[in-house]
Design a protein around this ligand. Structure first.
Ligand code: DON
Length: 592
């Protein structure tokens, strides 16, 4: 066991764009004398959406843990300090690289449908889609996967007992942490739903009132639930006292979870999806994520042009057209691969991408209705991602979620566990758009034990010079943010600049580009409009459109990335400057 006393904190808390740029820098570290590619990193790098979670990971590394133990610590700590985004009442995907075996694994800890649920349960008496049931309360919640992921990571990949890796999260739940602005604002927007449920009121109200920024937020019930998980592993959550409390709480609100739904939950190890772009090998999320398939299509479409050599408007046009085409296939073909046959070979092939490329007019937008479908609304700002590289070269890219802000809003009394509202990611009614404006049909219809389709796309990028780990929340926008992140690394940006990159997005329907401030110059916006694109970007008209409720242009995402530069053997971290509490840190291994 290696103790990490006297480590050097090379990258401090990053909270603003200005100090974000500084964060990419790090003190000099001995490069390999022969300048050959490094065999092991000079330390550990962790980037997450909350400084307390990053610190939890570093604490576990100092105690002799590896990246997988640290992943449990970061993930569990995020579950405590970012209930707005993810938690042990939700699920996630963990992309792992085991350095010693040179092996990549995609750990699928996505929620599953309770057995007693069917599409008809999400219709009102009038036969309309019941959006409230799909997103709020017990019917919205799938069977959680994150606790099972912790157990699996500790048993199969970690070096420390689960009890040790969960200790920082348990401490944070007991001692509390300061409420931050995003957490308070998110609570306000979900208060009506959350205060419907007694267990949620017990957990989230502070002295009988809504939380305010700066309050100390403690979760003693959640600490006890985590302790039972730490002590008894899988049975400490999916059977026994915690399971009883979860079932009582869900059933008291009219839900249909059974003991068997919980006891039969299993994480699945899947083969990651691999593709090549320029000199990079990209290792990313397979179904039940749609992310990898979409990345394969977009990058293979884009590989037909020298993007860097094109003018910015043309580059944006072609990138948007690749996004438009990749999102269309999601609707019809994608679902849980254990339940549906997905034509993966076709969808991810170069030939298919070349066919899609051929339908792109170099100067004109393709109207999405020429590719068929119906218009739909857009996105939210929840979920969370973290990235880790350790000193052995192990890597973790993990994206985890309770879906929308504060999930279903339901905490079964006595558990402190806020349940997800992931059922909305199923196509609960054929052709009916979900909260992210995407729809689906049979391939993504709910079935007992089936996982709902996801956009979460934890990703590795590997070249002879550099290894990068990245991902972000953002619903359907996750995929286009990861695409832009890959293009950013490909263009040679440092990790912090990749996290800060201005974003734009197109998802086939609605047929519109949304862009953040700074993504496009006024000239590029004008050129895109001339080409026939609708562009929703902040400009002089923005306030007018915003006040008329017609704009979705704002900041989005929370990208967390780390990179290992093999030539000079340095580590760097990038944390999204849009998030006030994130942090990317590098700790160098002390010289012997
Ligand atoms: O798995 C998915 O695709 C969604 N449940 C992720 C939700 C998300 O990223 C929310 N953030 N905006």
């Amino acid at each position: 066991m290696k103790f990490w006393s006297g480590v050097i904190i090379a990258v401090a808390l990053v909270a603003t764009p200005a100090c974000g740029r500084d964060a990419a820098a790090q003190p000099e570290h001995d490069a390999r004398p022969d300048s050959a590619a490094a065999k092991v990193p000079p330390g550990v790098a962790i980037a997450s959406a909350h400084a307390l979670a990053t610190e939890a990971g570093l604490e576990i590394i100092r105690e002799g843990g590896n990246a997988f133990d640290a992943a449990i610590a970061v993930s569990a700590a995020l579950s405590v300090v970012e209930p707005i985004s993810s938690g042990i009442g939700g699920g996630g995907f963990f992309l792992l690289h085991q350095a010693e075996e040179d092996r990549d694994v995609f750990l699928d800890a996505r929620e599953t449908s309770p057995a007693a649920v069917s599409s008809d349960d999400y219709l009102t008496e009038d036969g309309e889609f019941d959006r409230d049931r799909a997103t709020n309360g017990p019917w919205a919640a799938g069977i959680p996967g994150l606790p099972a992921a912790f157990v699996h990571l500790a048993n199969e990949y970690g070096q420390l007992p689960l009890e040790r890796s969960l200790a920082p999260a348990i401490r944070l739940a007991d001692e509390g942490f300061p409420v931050y602005g995003r957490m308070e604002r998110g609570y306000q927007s979900r208060a009506e739903v959350m205060e419907r449920y007694p267990g949620t009121r017990d957990t989230f109200l502070i002295d009988g009132r809504a939380m305010r920024e700066g309050d100390t937020f403690r979760q003693p019930d959640l600490a006890r639930t985590l302790e039972r998980l730490a002590a008894d592993g899988f049975d400490g959550f999916y059977r026994g006292r915690t399971a009883e409390l979860l079932l009582e709480g869900v059933q008291a609100e009219g839900g249909v979870w059974t003991a068997d739904d919980l006891a039969s939950y299993k994480v699945v190890e899947r083969e990651p999806l691999r593709l090549n772009y320029h000199e990079w090998e990209i290792v990313t999320a397979p179904p039940p994520s749609y992310g990898g398939v979409a990345l394969a299509q977009m990058l293979q479409i884009l590989a037909g042009w020298e993007l860097e050599e094109l003018d910015p408007a043309l580059r944006a046009h072609l990138t948007v057209e690749s996004m438009r085409r990749a999102f269309r296939d999601r609707t019809f073909y994608l679902g849980d691969p254990d339940f549906v046959d997905i034509p993966m070979e076709t969808l991810t092939s170069r030939d298919y991408a070349a066919g899609l490329r051929a339908t792109i007019h170099p100067q004109r937008a393709t109207p999405s209705d020429m590719l068929s479908g119906e218009p739909t609304p857009l996105e939210g700002d929840e979920t969370t991602h973290f990235s880790i590289i350790d000193a052995q070269g192990n890597r973790v890219a993990a994206t985890q979620t309770v879906n929308l802000l504060y999930g279903s809003g339901l905490v079964p009394p006595g558990t402190g566990v806020l349940l997800n509202n992931e059922m909305d990611d199923f196509a609960l009614q054929p052709g009916e758009a979900n909260a992210f404006g995407v729809m689906g049909f049979d391939a993504n219809a709910p079935e007992p034990g089936k996982s709902m389709l996801s956009s979460m796309t934890p990703t590795f990028m590997l070249s002879d010079d550099r290894i990068a780990v990245l991902g972000t929340p953002g619903g359907t926008r996750i995929i286009t943010m990861v695409l832009l992140g890959i293009l950013g690394y490909d263009a040679g940006l440092d990790a912090q600049s990749v996290a800060a990159l201005p974003r734009f997005h197109h998802q086939w329907l609605p047929d519109r580009i949304s862009a953040e401030r700074g993504a496009f110059s006024p000239e590029v916006i004008a050129r895109l409009r001339e080409m026939g694109h609708e562009v929703d970007a902040p400009d002089e008209q923005d306030e007018m459109r915003r006040s008329a409720g017609r704009t979705s242009s704002h900041s989005w995402g929370n990208l967390q990335t780390v990179a290992w530069n093999l030539r000079d053997n340095t580590l760097e971290g990038g944390t999204d400057p849009r998030n006030e509490v994130g942090s990317a840190e590098v700790q160098l291994t002390p010289e012997p």
